[in-house]
Design a protein around this ligand. Structure first.
Ligand code: PBG
Length: 334
C-alpha cells in the first residue's frame, strides 16, 4: 500500500529538519550568545608585559594596565562580566593568608581600575585564600594540618567586604567551607553592601582539571595539592544537590558547578533542583586539553571549543565561565 516509489516506507524522516543550514537553524534548541559568557582574568602586581601562562595558551597574568585594556575589549564584545583572580608574589604569602585583606592586595586595585574604566561590566571577585597562603590551600590550617573551617570563614568575610568596597558587583566564594555564604551575606549587609551579589561555588569538585590554574596563580609548589577535605568527591551528585540547597538557604544569588564538561549530569541535576540561576565553570584543564589536542593535530580547535561550550549550556547552565569567552564572543559577532 506504499505510495513511495522506492526505498523505505517512512512517515517520520528526521533528516528533513537537517537538510539545509536555514532549516537547521530553525530547529536548533540551544544557541550560545556572548551574554552567556564570563571571562576569567588573572592579574599581578608590577609593570612590564603580561606574562603568558605556559599550560594555558593565550592566557596571561595581566598587569593593571593590560587588565583594563582587556576588560574594555571584553565589554565591547557584548560580554556582561569578568571574574578576577590575583596572582600574588610568593614573598607576600604566609600561613595566615595575611595579604588577603591587606589594602595593598593587587586584587582591590584591579577591581577599582576596571570599575572606573568599564562601569557597566560586572566584576566577579573570587573569595578564597589559596592565592595568599604559603601552602596553597583555600583556608587556614590548624596544628594537625586540617583546613580549619570557622576561622577561614572569618577571613573570607573580611576579604568579601574589602572586594565589595573596591567595587565588586558579585563576590564568589570558591573554597567550599561550610557556612560561608550566610556569613558573607551577613558581613556584606552589615558593612552596607546589601546589593553586592554572591555567586556560590556550590558544587566544586576535588578535580584534577585545576592543574593549569594553580600554575597561573602560582599556588602550586609542584606537588598536586590534596583538597579532598573540603572540595567534593567526583563520584557524588546527591551531595551536590545538598550543597546547592544549603547555599540557596544561606542566601546565594547564583549557584555554580565546577568543573563543567565532565560534570554535565551535575549541571542538569542542579538545574532541575533550584530556581536560582546556574553557572558552570569550564576550568583550566578543560581548556588546556582542547589546546593540547589541537596542537597535536588530533582535534579541530574551533569546532571542539564551540561544541564543549554548547554542551555545557545544553546541560542547563545559564552562564559559563570559560577561558575561551572573549574569542568565542568575537567569533559569534563576526
Ligand atoms: C581556588 C580556585 C581554583 C580554581 C578557581 N578557584 C583552584 C583550586 O580549587 O585549586 C580553578 C579554576 C580553574 O582550574 O580554571 N579557590
Amino acid at each position: 500500500m506504499s505510495t513511495t516509489r522506492s526505498g523505505l516506507d517512512l512517515l517520520r524522516r528526521m533528516r528533513r529538519n537537517r537538510g539545509t543550514p536555514s532549516v537547521r537553524s530553525l530547529v536548533r534548541e540551544t544557541v550560545l550568545r556572548p551574554e552567556d559568557l564570563i571571562q576569567p582574568l588573572f592579574v599581578r602586581a608590577g609593570e612590564g608585559v603580561p606574562e603568558p601562562v605556559e599550560s594555558m595558551p593565550g592566557v596571561v597574568r595581566h598587569t593593571l594596565a593590560s587588565l583594563v585594556l582587556e576588560c574594555r575589549r571584553v565589554a565591547g564584545l557584548g560580554m556582561p562580566a569578568v571574574a578576577l583572580f590575583p596572582c600574588i608574589e610568593s614573598s607576600l604569602k604566609d600561613a595566615l593568608s595575611t595579604h588577603a585583606t591587606d589594602p595593598s592586595n593587587i586584587l582591590f586595585a584591579a577591581i577599582r581600575a576596571v570599575k572606573e574604566e568599564c562601569p557597566d561590566l560586572a566584576i566577579i571577585a573570587d573569595v578564597a585564600l589559596d592565592p595568599y597562603t604559603s601552602h596553597g590551600h583555600d583556608g587556614l590550617i590548624d596544628d594537625r594540618g586540617n583546613v580549619e573551617n570557622d576561622s577561614t570563614v572569618e577571613t573570607l568575610q573580611r576579604l568579601a567586604v574589602a572586594e565589595a568596597e573596591a567595587g565588586a558587583d558579585i563576590v564568589a566564594p570558591s573554597d567550599m567551607m561550610d557556612g560561608r555564604v550566610k556569613a558573607i551575606r551577613t558581613a556584606l549587609d552589615a558593612a552596607g553592601f546589601p546589593r553586592t551579589g554572591i555567586l556560590a561555588y556550590a558544587a566544586k569538585y576535588a578535580s584534577a582539571y585545576y592543574g593549569p590554574f594553580r600554575d597561573a596563580v602560582q599556588s602550586s609548589s609542584g606537588q598536586p595539592l590534596d583538597k579532598r577535605g573540603y572540595q567534593m568527591d567526583p563520584g557524588n551528585v546527591r551531595e551536590a544537590l545538598h550543597e546547592v540547597h544549603l547555599d540557596e538557604e544561606e542566601g546565594a544569588d547564583i549557584v555554580m558547578v565546577k568543573p563543567a564538561g565532565p560534570y554535565l549530569d551535575v549541571i542538569r541535576a542542579v538545574r532541575g533542583h533550584t530556581l536560582l540561576p546556574v553557572a558552570a565553570y569550564q576550568v583550566s584543564g578543560e581548556y588546556a586539553q582542547i589546546h593540547a589536542a589541537a596542537r597535536l593535530g588530533w582535534l579541530d580547535y574551533e569546532a571542539t571549543r564551540d561544541e564543549s561550550l554548547l554542551a555545557i549550556k545544553r546541560a542547563g547552565a545559564d552562564m559559563i565561565l570559560t577561558y575561551f569567552a572573549a574569542e568565542v564572543a568575537a567569533s559569534l559577532q563576526a
